[in-house]
Design a protein. Structure first.
Length: 295
């Protein structure tokens, strides 16, 4: 649903794995879809009832047997093709995925020739956290909570936030990243997604660059060691860093607000600090938001 219709400035943003919140944390751009095996849990039903009562569109589809999962795949495949026809795009190509691949190859060549990818010095640092952002993006301060609030300030009505983690996934890291994205949602009422790089490049990555120019993007990278790739001069860490840098460059080239927080040292400790900063920023708000807007 993200990759196929997400092009030519159009598209539909799927928000997967989100914890349901109170109606007040959502703007009026959402449609909620519940797919359950039998009746959903009572807590989920109550949350969906509250959303429907507040005027949000809520669709509820019930399956009776696990063997019906194939039919659910078919339903969404048909829905994706029909959505492409309705909004007037070809759902069977991926022009911006190819764009990100080309940028990755260019970064790898720079690393091979010069020993690094040409990344500029960080705009700001806070302990082991480094903020990287294009010159068009204001660095609001030297503390991670200010960075979080600065990114939140960019997400107005009709926009969405995307947390893009180029990190090895563990349960603890995923929980911290979920804290970041839910705080971003609660502090702005906007959709907030979470994707792991590089795999999101082949799904929501197409929508990010080819769909509506509505996203605000936060990449998160870290230092996790390297593993050789047989037959290549680079390893998996170098490749992943190049994919992150390539996607960053393409997003910036499209004029989209993008920043990267690089974690030096302990990744888990850095993620915990980042999550706490976003939660603090979401609670506090900021009276000087307009002075630090990226655009």
């Amino acid at each position: 649903m993200a990759e196929s219709p997400g092009k030519d400035g159009r598209g539909i943003l799927p928000v997967d794995g989100e914890r349901l919140g109170d109606p007040g944390v959502y703007d009026d751009t959402r449609v909620f879809v519940s797919v359950s095996l039998g009746d959903p849990p009572a807590e989920t039903t109550r949350a969906l009832d509250a959303l429907a009562a507040a005027g949000h569109p809520v669709l509820r589809w019930r399956r009776e047997r696990r063997e019906e999962l194939g039919a659910e795949f078919l339903r969404w495949e048909l829905a994706t093709a029909v959505a492409g026809a309705v909004i007037g795009v070809n759902p069977f190509d991926e022009p911006n995925v190819a764009e990100a691949k080309a940028a990755t190859r260019a970064v790898l060549e720079r690393v091979r020739e010069h020993g690094e990818g040409g990344a500029p010095a960080p705009r700001s640092t806070d302990g082991g956290l480094e903020l990287h952002a294009p010159l068009s993006v204001a660095a609001p301060g030297t503390f991670v909570t200010a960075w979080a609030r600065g990114l939140m300030d960019l997400v107005g009505h009709g926009r969405f936030a995307a947390v893009l983690a180029f990190l090895h996934r563990t349960d603890a890291r995923h929980a911290a990243l979920e804290r970041v994205r839910h705080a971003w949602r609660d502090g702005t009422r906007a959709p907030a997604t979470l994707g792991y790089g590089p795999r999101y490049l082949h799904s929501t990555g197409q929508l990010h660059k080819g769909g509506p120019a509505a996203g605000v993007f936060l990449q998160i990278t870290g230092e996790e060691g390297d593993v050789p790739i047989p037959g290549e001069w680079y390893g998996f860490q170098v490749l992943r860093d190049a994919q992150a840098a390539g996607d960053f460059e393409v997003l910036a080239k499209h004029g989209l607000p993008v920043a990267r927080v690089h974690i030096r040292g302990d990744v888990d400790a850095g993620l915990a600090r980042l999550a706490s900063a976003f939660e603090t920023a979401a609670r506090a708000g900021d009276p000087h938001a307009e002075a630090r807007r990226l655009r």
